[in-house]
Design a protein around this ligand. Structure first.
Ligand code: ZN
Ligand code: ZN
Length: 373
């Protein structure tokens, strides 16, 4: 059996680097071994990764990245107007002193602080300058984060919906893991715990769809459920679908009544949401993505537009929804301020009241329920 080095030595000099590169790709692809949680009885499990539960209602996917990039070069895309994105200075004293009220604070894109039964919970924290694998290129932050990681109250739990760069930011995760008082618990989709371990983050809990994890809080137990979304995962060209993606439901008793929050992560439209609505019976607040869905031919199966987002709000039976995944990073052909123009018409078409599905203000805290009336 010839070794790799003898094989390369036998190859013409000009072919050695391409051969080495090809071998590296093959080896790395081979390293994507079946996940140790692989369960052939689960419809979304495959030996090498995961798939969505349902076909997209938009039919067959046509997702040629090269075609998209070629079309982008030739088209005149609308400019971002980050100055339009409304913002307020967060009430940091309130956030740091609150031990019992149910609050939500939008930190931009899919990042939010949820305060539930005395626990401080972050969704997809991203405080970095770019949503990109490299620091010198890729979508950059167009609106500053409303507060820094150091200004946050001590974080107990971090929910990561999936491993795309606009949702799983290495610098933010590592800074949170080093916070004074010890690392938060990172609750992640199946497979992402391996990335976390490589990044030096050890306090993790991995979850599959429909699993439940209970976190003890100062004001009682807080249930975290991981639920399906219609999306995908990848951080490199060779790991597509090798880790899971999804959304979260957080449930706890606040002021004597069950409170439920829902974060949809990234998603296309699918029957999953009616099932989530059926199983949980409605939410006090849902965070549903409304940005990054153009061009439609490329994005429709994995990102909802504003009207589909409002449909999800109805499907999951939410009393109040916040449209998120906008206002920070230009990732698609729609501008970061696009939902400000398009959401009102989508809401009207589905007869949803103006105050039932809103765009939050950057840095805004909403008190959903007070523990002591
Ligand atoms: Zn994504
Ligand atoms: Zn995203």
């Amino acid at each position: 059996m010839p070794t790799i080095t003898s094989f390369l030595a036998a190859a013409p000099r000009r072919w050695r680097f391409p051969c080495l590169f090809s071998l590296l790709v093959v080896v790395l692809a081979g390293c994507a071994t079946p996940h140790d949680a692989f369960d052939p009885g689960k419809p979304h499990h495959r030996p090498g990764g995961f798939v969505n539960l349902h076909p997209s209602p938009h039919g067959n996917e046509e997702r040629s990245f090269l075609r998209w990039q070629w079309e982008r070069l030739q088209s005149d895309l609308p400019a971002d107007r980050p100055e339009r994105v409304p913002r307020v200075v967060p009430d940091i004293d309130l956030l740091r002193s609150n031990r019992s009220d149910l609050t939500v604070t939008w930190l931009g894109h899919s990042s939010a602080l949820w305060q539930v039964a005395g626990l401080n919970i972050l969704t997809d924290p991203h405080f970095g300058p770019r949503a990109s694998p490299v620091p010198f290129a890729g979508p950059r932050r167009l609106t500053p984060a409303p507060l820094t990681i150091e200004q946050l109250p001590r974080i107990d739990v971090v929910l990561i919906s999936h491993n795309h760069y606009d949702h799983l930011d290495a610098g933010s995760v590592q800074a949170l893991a080093r916070q004074p008082g010890g690392s938060p618990l990172f609750i992640v989709p199946l497979g992402v715990e391996r990335w976390m371990a490589d990044a030096g983050v050890s306090r993790t809990q991995r979850m599959d769809w429909w699993e439940r994890h209970v976190v003890p809080g100062p004001a009682g137990p807080v249930e975290v459920h991981f639920v399906p979304a219609h999306h995908w995962s990848s951080r490199t060209p060779w790991d597509r679908g090798s880790t899971l993606w999804g959304g979260f439901v957080v449930q706890a008793v606040v002021a004597g009544e069950v409170a439920r929050l829902y974060f949809a992560g990234d998603t296309g439209y699918a029957p999953d949401f009616q099932e989530i609505g059926r199983r949980f019976g409605g939410f006090d607040l849902s965070m549903i993505p409304v940005g990054c869905y153009l061009p439609r031919w490329f994005m429709k199966s994995i990102h909802v537009d504003e009207e589909e987002a409002v449909r999800i709000h109805l499907d999951v039976r939410s009393r109040l929804s916040w449209g998120v995944h906008w206002g920070v990073f230009r990732l698609c052909d729609d501008p970061i301020d696009g939902p400000m123009d398009k959401l009102p018409a989508a809401r009207d078409r589905l007869a949803v009241p103006v105050d039932a599905f809103v765009l939050p203000v950057l840095g805004q805290t909403r008190v959903l329920r007070r523990a002591a009336p």
